[in-house]
Design a protein around this ligand. Sequence first.
Ligand code: UD1
Ligand code: CA
Length: 373
Amino acid sequence: MTVSTIILAAGKGTRMKSPKPKVLHKIAGKYLLSFSVELAEAIESKEAIVVIGKENELVIREALSDHKIKFCVQKNQLGTGDAVKIALNNKKIKTKYILVLYGDTPFITNCTVKRMIKKAEKGFEFVFLGFQSQTKNSYGKFQLGPNKTLINIIEKNEPGYASSECLSNSGILLARSSMIINLIQKIKNDNSNKEYYLTDIAKMAAKHGYSSTYVQCEEDECIGVNSQLELTVAEKKFQDNFREKLMISGVTLPSPETCFFSHDTVIKAGCVIEPNVIFGTGVTIQSSTIIRSYSYIEGTQIGKHCQIGPFARLRPGTNLSEKVKVGNFVEVKNASLAPGSKANHLAYIGDAKIGATTNIGAGTIFCNYDGKK
Ligand code: UD1
Ligand code: CA
């Protein structure tokens, strides 16, 4: 099946109360929006079109410059239905199906989208993604017909918005291209917010006799980030999952809840990460290394059988070979230490290449800056 993906990221993000675009806030060092872009890549969609607002156009283009994607600008944020309409009117989509992802919903998995695709292959023209929530929330709610058909999605503050026993809407939708292209033109904004709701597609599809159904997944996959509080909830979920995966793979974490990882942290089996260690992006650690408490590590490669910290600061460009020791209050930046070298106490090592089994004495400072260069 051929699929094109439209990712909505033009919303104002008012509820974040932040000068930064909502979708450029980060979880584990990765932009919220990058999660959806990578999902589009993982399902091998033919193209990914990101809808962005005029005011954030440049920063978002810059932030995603590593990805092969197309952009569409939504001048006025008139709602999710309007955003999809703009993408469909501006880009000629030739694939049989269109997947709509929201840029503020980072944890949807490849496997869930594949389940949606399977449903579509069985002949359903619209497949929505829903979840059962344990708590009261303000997500759109599914209204179901017989045989798992979906007849409507009711948004908060609209008539008939109902209780927690209804399935909540994740926002993710897979649709037959020809049908969504047709219906999207007809969405109206006759609701309390005067917004064009993409979710109105559900009742319109039912009215036109198109077949609509849903796939259900875990609530954790569907977390939408609208506020700082929800960003923290999402970060916590990510960290908890990541810690669990590390422990399952053979990393010792005596106090996992006090250590924080980036989306791309790689730590091999047999390593010990003591309490209160923080990983920025770009860190790889080979097996049987110990990182002692209160160390902060980013952009660093560490070999086997090393001992780092306590209180070590390893900055981008650090490359430590096997059996290297970096002790307390030692900062390393853009420097490599060959096997068996040590810098155990109170030192700064910057822009340097240290040979094997060297000992950097206590209090040594590398003067790599003369005030100009
Ligand atoms: C939306 C759904 C709701 C669902 C929830 C799941 C609608 C009307 N409601 O609500 O049913 O339960 O997501 O998280 O779709 N955006 C634009 N242009 C706009 C408005 C929004 O691109 O004009 C983008 C936003 O940047 C965001 C996404 O669309 O990434 C969703 O918009 P948001 O305002 O967060 O919708 P919700 O209120 O969360
Ligand atoms: Ca949202």
